[in-house]
Design a protein around this ligand. Structure first.
Ligand SMILES: [Zn+2]
Length: 180
């Protein structure tokens, strides 16, 4: 462990939900120093906006990409996600205004089109689409766009099933989430 005191050179930035059932090191087998993490409710990354107040999400992303120069970014959504599920089912969040504000501004309204029945499959479909939307948002950050252009960075969309431990990865060639 003393090696860790000299600094960090993580293999990836892992962006996932704050959900306690999602444990990045368990999913990936990563050891200390190998994963830089950004966790938010519903694994949402705010859109890049040059005039916006600095956010913790933007700072974490910029540090990982520009300073630590991670070669990979994984956005990992998960099954049974309460944040995405709340949007899919159109739940009343008036008792939790900060949650309502965050999800309302970060998760698209049309997620509910995917799952009016609010079933697990509907939430999974919404989570997977949401993951792809986050990859698009990442591309809007100048630091990400620059390193993508030079081939120094790769983006990955994952879906983790909390009930089976199965990990699916988005395959752009077939536009589908398939087992990793
Ligand atoms: Zn979640």
């Amino acid at each position: 462990m003393t090696r860790l005191a000299r600094g960090q050179s993580p293999h990836a930035l892992f962006i996932t939900c704050s959900d306690s059932r999602v444990i990045p090191s368990l999913i990936t087998g990563a050891r200390p120093g190998e994963l830089f993490e950004l966790r938010t409710a519903g694994n949402a990354v705010p859109r890049y906006h040059v005039e916006r107040e600095p956010s913790g999400e933007a700072a974490t992303l910029e540090y990982a990409v520009s300073v630590l120069q991670v070669p990979d970014i994984v956005v990992c959504g998960h099954s049974h996600c309460g944040a995405v599920g709340a949007r899919v089912r159109g739940e009343d969040l008036s008792a939790v205004p900060a949650v309502a504000g965050w999800l309302g501004s970060q998760l698209p309204d049309d997620l509910s089109e995917l799952g009016e029945d609010g079933s697990g499959a509907a939430v999974a479909a919404a989570v997977q689409r949401h993951v792809q939307e986050q990859l698009e948002r990442l591309r809007g950050y100048p630091c990400v766009a620059q390193r993508l252009e030079t081939g120094q960075l790769r983006l990955h969309g994952w879906f983790y099933a909390v009930d089976t431990g199965l990990v699916l990865a988005h395959q752009p060639s077939v536009d589908a989430f398939l087992p990793l």
